[in-house]
Design a protein around this ligand. Structure first.
Ligand code: ACO
Length: 363
């Protein structure tokens, strides 16, 4: 029995490979450094869906149908009532996705890609007391998300940064949420059920729930000079440093660099965020030195969530929305894995080791 299934291989996949020793992420044969900042979100949807959902329309038609689906799912925004509005944005998103029909075809898949992209901005606006903004199907997915948040004409730099983020986090081997998606798909339940299970797994702070706390940590540290004392104190109190460590990577998470690159390009358009980046770099340096000194046997480096926090903050997403934005980007990976599992895999049904009491033997 391997606690946490560490190093257990539980699926064969053609979708992505995480090389934890080399610090490389390969998506369908392409290294992340050749995708992030170069491919659009729609390109990556076509790449990941290829061969799994019937004939794939060309790139323009795919973008058109995705835009159409954003317009369709907007009707569900009306179901956000006062009780739902009390919940965190990712839970509102999950509740609305639960209203969508299950299925295994491209229509269902596109609807599931559209849904979080529409529901999250709507939930955020309603929470601020503003009316939701309807999607503009002709825009790209990334541009429309920013427009639905309230950017009348999203800037080219902002769209490029959000595209780079969505591409960077589109798929990542058999992480906890993707595994959850594949478990559900292995029962042939349908894509909506798979995505719902995946969202549940994603929102925990050990997975996709970390970037909000990363920003809280940076705020609490305040200035580069405070970093060392603050971080040491947190570790003395048994806390984990958010945005550091990974189950698979023993070196730097390549997605951190992809996002740092996107952030540096974005900052030209948002110079106000420069101080925070300098603070983040100082915190990163300090944290790496302290972690190395305290845990020499366990290489702990920066993970994707650290620069996610800074990038999404620079794009004006409130921190309580970060996990939801992660879900927007990762849904394509969840769907592709669910289809791969349903097409080629068997029912996932491991066994447990019973360590409880045995029935009393009859005298
Ligand atoms: N800060 C301090 N210590 C850490 C950290 C950290 N961020 N991460 C791991 N460690 C320590 C653990 O305390 C443990 O030490 P111990 O053996 O003395 O108890 C040792 O390193 C090994 O930790 P594990 O829990 O075995 O590592 P695991 O592979 O299970 O966890 C995880 C990986 C959950 C990402 C962990 O590193 C962590 O909690 N990081 C902080 C939260 C975070 O950034 N989450 C986002 C992950 S990225 C993603 O999912 C998209």
């Amino acid at each position: 029995m391997k606690n946490g299934l560490e190093d257990v291989v539980a699926a064969e996949t053609q979708l992505s490979h995480v090389d934890g020793e080399a610090g490389q992420l390969i998506i369908r044969g392409i290294s992340l450094d050749h995708l992030a900042g170069q491919a659009s979100y729609e390109d990556v949807v076509a790449l990941l869906f290829e061969g799994l959902l019937g004939p794939m329309p060309d790139r323009t038609e795919l973008a058109r149908r995705l835009g159409e689906k954003r317009a369709d799912v907007f009707a569900h925004v009306g179901a956000i009532d006062d009780a739902l509005l009390e919940l965190p944005p990712v839970d509102i998103m999950r509740a609305l996705i639960a209203r969508l029909p299950d299925g295994d075809d491209l229509e269902t898949a596109l609807r599931l890609l559209a849904a979080p992209a529409v529901f999250l901005p709507a939930a955020l606006r309603l929470k601020r007391g503003e009316s939701p903004l309807a999607p503009t199907p002709a825009l790209s997915h990334a541009a429309d998300i920013l427009a639905m948040l309230g950017a009348k004409l999203p800037s080219r730099q902002d769209v490029a940064a959000l595209d780079a983020y969505l591409v960077t986090i589109s798929d990542h081997g058999l992480n906890a949420s993707t595994f959850a998606s594949r478990v559900v798909a292995s029962t042939k339940a349908g894509l909506t059920s798979s995505v719902l299970a995946a969202i549940g797994a994603l929102k925990g702070p050990l997975h996709g729930g970390a970037p909000g706390p990363v920003l809280d940590m940076l705020d609490a540290i305040g200035t580069p000079e405070n970093a060392e004392t603050w971080l040491s104190d947190a570790l003395d109190h048994g806390e984990r440093l958010m945005g550091f460590g990974h189950r698979v990577y023993r070196v730097r998470d390549p997605r951190a660099d992809a996002l740092k690159g996107a952030l540096k390009r974005l900052i030209v358009a948002h110079p106000a965020n420069r101080d925070r980046i300098q603070l983040a770099e100082a915190v990163e340096r300090s944290a790496l030195a302290i972690l190395k000194a305290r845990k020499p046997e366990r290489p702990l480096d920066v993970n994707v969530e650290f620069y996610t926090a800074l990038l999404l903050d620079a794009l004006n997403f409130p921190r309580e929305a970060f996990t939801g934005v992660f879900a927007i980007g990762r849904t394509v990976g969840w769907i592709a894995h669910a289809r791969e599992q349903a097409l080629e895999g068997r029912l996932i049904r491991p066994r447990s080791l019973y360590v409880g009491p045995l029935p009393q033997q009859a005298a």
